[in-house]
Write a protein that binds this ligand. Structure first.
Ligand code: HEM
Length: 127
């Protein structure tokens, strides 16, 4: 079995982000449909590359206290057709990627923040 990361780096965050979206597109579920209608289905495209860079900055802010992320995550989700089931499915896929890549004590940082943010998004979206 491949060894899991026991530290967080920008490189492994970038790998995690790419693995996460690769998984989403492969699952081809409701969550995937939202991403595909917004960004297309080609992870190599410029629009996806930009999204992957933004999310690498976002998780580096959380995992490494880096300052590169300047966006407003909530705003990006207001006009998307999201529901509770899609958030559970997003979290399930995210947790699977985190568990497959990081030791438990490291992965918990990403998982607990993701769960918190998902709860906030749902509350703000009224779902
Ligand atoms: C059902 C669940 C979700 C779906 C379908 C979804 C979908 C999307 C899509 C399509 C975008 C791109 C929007 C655009 O470029 O206009 C986006 C952006 C983003 N999402 Fe999500 N998202 C979900 C949940 C989450 C959660 C739980 C988090 C955080 C833990 C998150 C973090 C972000 C961030 C940081 C951005 C970038 C915002 C920016 O441009 O600064 N998303 N999401």
């Amino acid at each position: 079995m491949q060894t899991k990361y026991n530290t967080i780096s920008r490189e492994n965050i970038n790998e995690m982000v790419i693995s996460f979206y690769t998984k989403i597109l492969k699952e081809n579920n409701d969550v995937a449909q939202v991403f595909i209608s917004k960004l297309g289905d080609d992870l190599q495209s410029d629009i996806w590359k930009e999204h992957i860079d933004i999310l690498t900055n976002f998780w580096s802010m959380i995992g490494l206290q880096e300052e590169g992320y300047m966006g407003n995550p909530m705003m990006a989700h207001f006009n998307l057709p999201l529901n509770k089931e899609m958030f559970s499915s997003w979290l399930q896929m995210f947790f699977e990627i985190i568990d497959s890549m990081y030791e438990e004590n490291v992965g918990i940082v990403f998982k607990s923040r993701a769960e918190n943010i998902a709860m906030n998004f749902m509350r703000n979206l009224g779902i």
